[in-house]
Write a protein that binds this ligand. Sequence first.
Ligand SMILES: NC(=O)c1ccc[n+]([C@@H]2O[C@H](COP(=O)([O-])OP(=O)(O)OC[C@H]3O[C@@H](n4cnc5c(N)ncnc54)[C@H](O)[C@@H]3O)[C@@H](O)[C@H]2O)c1
Ligand SMILES: O=CCCC(=O)O
Length: 495
Amino acid sequence: MVPKLKDPSLFKQDVCYVNGEWVKARSGKTFEVHDPATGQLIGTCPEFDAEDTVKAIEAAEVAFEDFRHKTGRERSKLLRKWYDLMVENADDLATLITWENGKPTADAKGEVTYAANFFEWFSEEAPRIYGDTIPSSIPGNRVFTIKEPVGVCGLITPWNFPAAMITRKVGPALATGCTVVCKAPGETPYTPLALAELAHRAGIPKGVVNVITALHNTPQVGEVLTTNPTVRKISFTGSTPVGKLLMKQCSSTLKKLSLELGGNAPFIVFDDADVDTAVAGAIASKFRSSGQTCVCANRIFVQRGIYDEFATKLAAKVREFKVGHGFDQGVTHGPLIHHRAIDKVEQHVKDAESKGAKVVFGGHKLPDLGANFFQPTVLTGMTADMAMADEETFGPVAGLFPFDTEEEVVRMANSTQVGLAGYFFSQDLQRVNRVAEHLEVGMVGVNTGLISDPASPFGGVKESGFGREGSSYGVGEYQVTKMITYGGMGKPLQS
Ligand SMILES: NC(=O)c1ccc[n+]([C@@H]2O[C@H](COP(=O)([O-])OP(=O)(O)OC[C@H]3O[C@@H](n4cnc5c(N)ncnc54)[C@H](O)[C@@H]3O)[C@@H](O)[C@H]2O)c1
Ligand SMILES: O=CCCC(=O)O
C-alpha cells in the first residue's frame, strides 16, 4: 500500500541533502527501500560513496566557520523553528516512520513527539552555554574556561527510531555550534530526508545539516566519516560490534566519540513488587517497537514467590495484542525490520525450547501476515545456558528466569559484557536504593518500564558504550573546553 502524505513534497526520492541542496549520488547508483510489513518497494535512495561523503564533509566544514559564531540565541531560534515544523508535520512524519520501519501509527506518532522534543529541549540549552571562572594558584593569574563547538560531526544512526536517534544527536550538535553530516540508515532513509527538508524550511544555513544515504556502501561511508581529519566527532547508535569497528577507525585521527550500543537489559520483579505494575512495566519495556529498542527488557527475572502469577498475568496481556500492518486500525505491534531480525528471534526461541523452556504464548512466525512478523511470545523456565541469557534478542520474546535471592539476581543481572538499561520492581525502599546502586548499567528504571526522556541522560557502561545523550550531559558531548589564563592581573589600583 502507498500511504498518502498531506504534504507529498516531504517524501524525497533519489536525493540526499548536501550543502542546502538536493543531490544525487555521483555514480547515479541507488538502493531500494522496502516496507517491512509487506515487502513492497517504497522507493529508491542514493547510494553515496566515499567521494560523495567527502563533499558533504567539506560543506559542513565551510558552514562551521559561520555557524560557530552565531549567538546561542540565534541557534536556539533555528532549532525551535525546526521543532515547530516537526510538530506541524507530525502526521506525515509518523506515516513515513510506519511505512519504512513498520511500527504502528500510534507508536510512530509517539516517536515524532519524542524526536521533536529533543529539538525543543536543546533549543533551550543553546543560549545557556557557560564556562567557568577558576581561582588560580599562581598570584596575578586569572583563569577562565570557554566551551567551544568541537567542529564537524559525523552522526550514524539506526533504523529502529528513524527520527529520534537523529534529533537526539543533531539537537545538541547545533545547540553548541557544530555542523553535521548524518548518515541515515539504509532501511529507513525517508524519515531523515523529510527532517532535512524541514531543516531547509526552518532556515538552517546551508551546509550546517547534511543528510546522506547508503545501504551497500555503508562501510565505506563509515570509514570516510571516521578517518577524515575534518570530522572532529563521531556519534554512533547501533550494535556493539559496529561500535568497536568505528572506534578503531577513529583512532587514526583521535576523534571525540559517543557510542550508544547494544544492551541486554535485566528486568527484575521482586516478591514485594506490585505485580500488576510490574506486568505493565514489562509490557512497556519488552514489547515497545516489537522488542526492537536497545533499552528493551531482555532477561526478565521473577522471584519464585510470584513467578506463576506474573507469568499468567503477562501472558494474558500479550494475548490481547493485535499484530499487523502498522497502518491498520487497532494494530498494537508491527513487523520486525527484516529477515535477519526474524531469524534471530526464531533461533532464540528454538534454542530456549530445546533447553527446556516452555512456550506459554506465541513462539512462532506469522507468515500469513508477512515474512517479517513474529508472534509476541512469553517463555517460562529460562536458564543461564540459553542464548537469551547472553545475547540481545531485539524482538518480541519475553523469557522469564526464576530466582530466589536479591544477591543471586543482581549477580545474574550483571553477568553480561554490556550494561545499558536495567529495571526492577520492589516496594522496599532500602532494597530499591541497594539494587539501583549495584546494577552495572547506565540507566535504571525503578517501578517503571519507560525511562526515555530528552531531559534525562541516556547511555551505557561496559560494552554498551560511553557518552550520554539528552539532558545537559548531552551538550558536553559536542563541546571542547578551552582554558584561558590571563597573566599579570593582580596589580594594585593606580592612584
Ligand atoms: N544504544 C542505543 O541507543 C541503540 C539504539 C538502537 C539500536 N541499538 C543497537 O543496534 C543493534 C540493532 O541495530 P542494527 O543491527 O541495525 O545495528 P548495526 O550496528 O548493524 O547498524 C546500525 C547503524 O550503523 C550503520 N552501520 C553498520 N555498519 C557500519 C559501518 N561499518 N560503518 C558505518 N556505519 C555502519 C547501519 O547502516 C545503521 O545505520 C542492536 O544491537 C541495538 O541494541 C542501540
Ligand atoms: O533504541 C534505542 C533508543 C530507545 C530510546 O531512546 O528509548
